[in-house]
Design a protein around this ligand. Structure first.
Ligand SMILES: *Cc1c(COP(=O)(O)O)cnc(C)c1O
Length: 458
């Protein structure tokens, strides 16, 4: 029997909740490369960004100097309705694995949207409201972001137009209905309602859509509708800033018990939960105060960090958004439809990309059947049905814990459990029926989309 001196769930009091977000860019010597205007190739100015994003969010996007940014009272109040999220000591999983490792997970699925996305959605809706906007547009892939944003918009009385990647729209009708229940309108993407959607439909009839394409449509809808701005649930530096609440709470909770993590693991789609979880820890690394092993986990079917290139690329298929320097598979990369596990975006946050490039973190690609095996093993002992995205982190946490079993090391392993998988039962059904397969893109396929990278020398 393990000595259970640390509680199963480490909660913080309201007083211990973060009052400021931590902006890791302030401590980075090599700053993430700026977003650039695809026409002029110059760094995007505040004025240009303010045409697409709310002004305060554009300011946050450009801010790579202030280490701390106040969380407005209204957002703090909203956070208090569902935060702190628990940091759970996975005693049962440890016992089942027979590992000497100590496993902790930060569980972000304890709100109706079922994921960490609400942390940024409420911030973005707040700034839109304060600017006097009528509404916002966005894209959603698996649906968690759209759900989180519809909750945040209904809280502040904003209109919310969601472009949902077609394959998810069809596979996840209930996710769509949650959004509509919170008052959002949901359009499958690509759609005939935008110019870029019509173009894509013409070029690739029968396409199941992609995040990059839905982003183009949402941006077009925002800039062509009076009183609307576009909001994005991942990738952007402002989103990583808001998600720093995950890491700040985790660090406070671990510090309370004198636990120093050895390994920190997060799944990486656009990089927002990972960037938020690791922020205060990477901050210590950047300032030379501590050292951690950080692992970003991505799907083998959409391996932007492990097989992509670190270059300027378009953030969207329609090439209407600013260009970002990031690890990317090319904006024309569309993961195979047999890929069920989220994390389908072709690129990676420029902050996470730069940190990875500078060696502060490593990346690992895992196949989806292995991911679902880990999900099953986890849920049977820990009692949480994890999102497929989150299960990428579970996979690697289990792998690391099993390594400890071999070496006898009692490492502290912390991973981000970003959400629940109740709307992913089609994927679980496939797995349970033994029909899930893995698909790893060939070098030729990746080369093909990389060959369409913008021809710029930046
Ligand atoms: C969106 C999402 C992710 C991936 O997005 P990141 O920006 O990489 O964090 C992971 N897990 C869940 C549950 C999500 O909803």
């Amino acid at each position: 029997m393990t000595n259970r001196e640390i509680p199963y769930k480490i909660y913080l009091s309201e007083q211990e909740l973060p009052k400021k977000w931590y902006n890791v860019r302030a401590d980075m010597k090599n700053k993430p490369a700026p977003l650039r205007n695809p026409g002029t190739l110059q760094p995007m100015t505040l004025e240009e960004l303010s045409g697409v994003f709310c002004r305060e969010l554009a300011l946050q996007e450009l801010n790579d100097t202030d280490p701390y940014i106040d969380i407005p009272e209204e957002i703090q109040s909203f956070y208090k309705m569902y935060r702190p999220s628990p940091l759970v000591r996975a005693y049962c999983l440890e016992e089942k694995l027979g590992t000497p490792a100590h496993i902790f997970y930060k569980f972000e699925g304890n709100n109706t949207s079922g994921s960490h996305k609400l942390n940024s959605a409420i911030a973005q809706a707040y700034y839109a409201k304060r600017q006097g906007l009528k509404g916002v547009t966005t894209e959603t892939g698996a649906g968690q972001w759209g759900t989180a944003l519809s909750m945040a918009c209904s809280y502040f009385g904003l209109d919310c137009k969601v472009f949902m990647v077609k394959v998810s729209y069809e596979q996840k009708p209930f996710r769509r209905e949650v959004m509509r229940t919170f008052g959002a309108s949901v359009t499958p993407s690509p759609s005939p309602t935008t110019r870029v959607g019509r173009e894509i439909l013409e070029k690739f009839p029968g396409t199941t859509g992609s995040l990059g394409c839905a982003i183009s449509e949402a941006v077009e809808a925002a800039v062509t509708t009076e009183g609307y701005r576009y909001v994005l649930g991942s990738v952007l530096s402002q989103v990583l800033l808001h998600q720093s609440v995950i890491g700040l709470e985790t660090k406070t909770a671990l510090d309370k018990y004198g636990v120093k993590p050895d390994v920190i693991i997060g799944c990486a789609g656009g990089g927002s939960n990972l960037g938020g979880l690791i922020a205060p820890f990477v901050g210590e690394m950047l300032r030379g105060e501590a050292d951690y092993q950080i692992i970003a986990v991505e799907p083998a079917s959409c391996p932007s960090m492990t097989r992509g290139k670190y270059v300027y690329d378009f953030c969207d298929t329609g090439m209407v958004c600013p260009m970002a320097k990031m690890y990317t598979l090319g904006s024309s990369f569309i993961p195979t439809p047999n890929h069920a596990g989220g994390l389908r975006y072709h690129g990676m946050s420029s902050i996470v990309s730069q940190l990875y490039h500078d060696g502060y973190l490593t990346a690992r690609a895992v196949e989806q059947t292995e991911v679902f095996k880990a999900a099953e093993e986890f849920c049977r002992v820990e009692g949480i049905l994890p999102a497929p995205e989150s299960s990428h982190a579970i996979r690697v946490a289990i792998d690391e814990a099993l390594k400890c079993k071999e070496t006898g090391e009692a490492k502290n392993i912390v991973f981000g459990l970003t959400g629940t998988g109740f709307f992913d039962m089609t994927a679980y059904e496939k797995f349970n029926d033994g029909l899930m397969s893995d698909y790893i893109p060939t070098d030729a396929e990746i080369e093909k989309s990389l060959s369409r990278l913008p021809k710029v020398d930046l």
